[in-house]
Design a protein around this ligand. Structure first.
Ligand code: SAM
Length: 278
């Protein structure tokens, strides 16, 4: 597939720029993800492309190859429990806690093709009776420019919308466009999409009342996970909540968070839980 030195250099580059670990047992992934890029970029094979990437690590080609290694799998209301918990437990608390300011700031970190922030916006909009006069901002970020472009277009295939959206939600929040469906304008208007690499720190992003950072930490090494979680701790409101993916945890990684008892995948700043107990 490529000279061992070129492959090793690419592995290091991916780790350095994205935090994603490509262990040697992921060679099949390297091959299947890079072959279409090599063809599209008119290289004879992956080997010659990896040689070029090694020579030009700051190039558009190198960035395209790094992006190509990320897993963008996502779907609407993924794993459903976090959204149910949000509606039934977390939001009712926040409605009370923010009653004076009537503002809510939410971050969907590593939002991929947009299904997560659009699901959040739909859920909030369905609570319109409670927050109709609130100012609610949803920031959605990802480090991959192509996937952010996809998210911004808000256009999904029949297969994608049926993955997670009930018929009722489809009827309410989608507009048919040819063979595809576009998210309704009032939902799109609630979200700002922006490029952001979780490795670049969080300065200038917060504070947030809720942070969804799901199904991205699993690809990072422990040091990168810990650093990302510490960054998140600094921009999450003291009574805010961090929501991770079903296979992710802060345990053993971030001293500043602990799991919220009784909820799945919800983490609170330690200062908050200690105050609540005191
Ligand atoms: C599997 S998707 C998760 C999407 C969504 N959060 C969900 O749970 O359905 C992972 C996303 O993380 C993004 N990603 C990977 N490394 C990143 C980094 N260092 N900074 C920001 N986003 C990153 C990828 O581009 C990809 O879109």
């Amino acid at each position: 597939m490529g000279a061992p030195d070129d492959i090793e250099a690419f592995r290091r580059l991916v780790l350095e720029r994205s935090g994603l670990i490509l262990s040697a047992d992921k060679d099949y992934l390297l091959k299947t993800r890079l072959e279409p890029i090599a063809r599209a970029e008119n290289f004879a094979d992956v080997a010659s492309m990896l040689r070029q990437v090694r020579l030009t690590p700051a190039s558009r080609l190198a960035q395209r190859c790094i992006d190509g290694m990320a897993t963008h799998e996502s779907f609407f209301f993924r794993d459903i429990t976090p959204f149910d918990q949000l509606r039934d437990v977390i939001l009712p608390e926040l409605w009370k806690a923010r009653a004076a300011t009537k503002t809510l700031r939410i971050w969907s970190a590593a939002c991929s093709s947009g299904q997560e922030p659009y699901s959040l916006a739909m859920l909030l909009r369905e609570q319109y009776a409670k927050f109709g006069d609130w100012k609610i901002d949803i920031l959605a970020t990802d480090f991959s420019q192509p996937i952010l472009e996809r998210a911004r277009t808000a256009l999904y295939s029949d297969f994608e919308v049926r993955r997670g959206l009930s018929e009722e939600r489809q009827a309410r929040w989608l507009v048919k466009e040819g063979p595809a469906f576009r998210i309704a304008p009032e939902i799109r208007a609630m979200i700002q999409f922006r490029h952001h690499n979780l490795l670049d720190g969080m300065t200038g992003l917060g504070p947030f009342d809720l942070i969804f950072c799901r199904n991205v930490l699993i690809y990072f090494d422990p040091a990168t996970k810990a650093k990302t979680l510490e960054g998140i701790a600094n921009i999450l409101a003291p009574d805010g909540a961090l929501i991770l993916g079903s296979a992710e945890t802060v345990v053993g990684l971030a001293g500043s968070f602990e799991p919220q008892q009784g909820l799945r995948g919800v983490f609170r700043g330690k200062a908050t839980t200690q105050r609540a107990v005191a």
